[in-house]
Design a protein around this ligand. Structure first.
Ligand SMILES: *Cc1c(COP(=O)(O)O)cnc(C)c1O
Length: 232
């Protein structure tokens, strides 16, 4: 079943995933980048294995989850059945779960403080696993929001790489709710350029096309792919 040949028997998830992929490719075209240059992470938090299997059956392999425990209980059989699956941690990470996260995830999008960076470095040394890391920046400088403050981002990236030896590949942000996200995305892109980082994890269901226009290399899309999240 290809994206071009929808059918009545195709699961909703497969149809929505194909639609999001088409929108993403159009956004790439408008931005003048190749479709393969922007990775779609399908955010599957709170969704059950049969729904995830519908997405995996289409060939999709990159998924975002927000909780270490949920991944440990939900994903091992799916990973075995669908080789090449890559799991992205997109939620806040407690320092005491750093080792478990290094074991369970392939990409970490929420590195945002020195104690966490140190714990990740220790876990990577012990296990030999080195998931790619994004430094999360609080681009709106909102109180109580995860992410390193804008003014501290450059120094923190240096610390992650220089002091802790983390494989930092880029920056990530979650723009303030209800505000125009575009200036936030532009700010993240400028910060990444200052840090010499190439990758930008930005853009969700409501704004991923805008994020691509501002240079996103990874978009994290949940509800547009899986529909409304179940209550948890
Ligand atoms: C839940 C979540 C997403 C996906 O959000 P949607 O609005 O469902 O696309 C993306 N990024 C982060 C950090 C999230 O927590």
């Amino acid at each position: 079943m290809t994206a071009e040949q929808p059918s009545a028997t195709e699961p909703d998830t497969a149809r929505r995933l194909a639609a999001v992929t088409r929108r993403l490719h159009l956004a790439c075209e408008r931005a003048g980048v190749l479709p393969g240059d922007v990775r779609l992470v399908a955010v599957s938090k709170f969704h059950a294995p049969p729904v995830l299997a519908d997405a995996l059956e289409t060939g999709h392999r990159h998924f975002g989850e927000s909780r270490v425990q949920e991944v440990q209980s939900k994903w091992p059989p799916l990973r075995e059945r669908y080789p090449g699956t890559r799991l992205h941690l997109i939620g806040p990470l407690q320092t005491n779960k750093a080792a478990a996260a290094v074991g369970a995830f392939d990409v970490l999008h929420s590195v945002d403080r020195p104690r966490l960076a140190a714990a990740l470095a220790t876990a990577m040394e012990r296990t030999g696993r080195r998931p790619d890391c994004f430094v999360q920046v609080n681009t709106g400088d909102e109180a109580h929001k995860s992410g390193v403050p804008v003014a501290a981002a450059g120094a923190f990236v240096k610390e992650c790489v220089g002091t802790y030896g983390l494989p930092v590949v880029g920056l990530m942000c979650i723009p303030p709710y209800g505000r125009d996200p575009r200036p936030q995305f532009a700010l993240l892109r400028a910060l990444a350029a200052e840090c010499g980082l190439r990758q930008l994890s930005m853009g969700m269901s409501a704004d991923f096309e805008t994020a691509v226009a501002e240079g996103a290399t990874t978009v994290r899309v949940g509800e547009a792919v899986f529909g409304p999240r179940p209550r948890h």
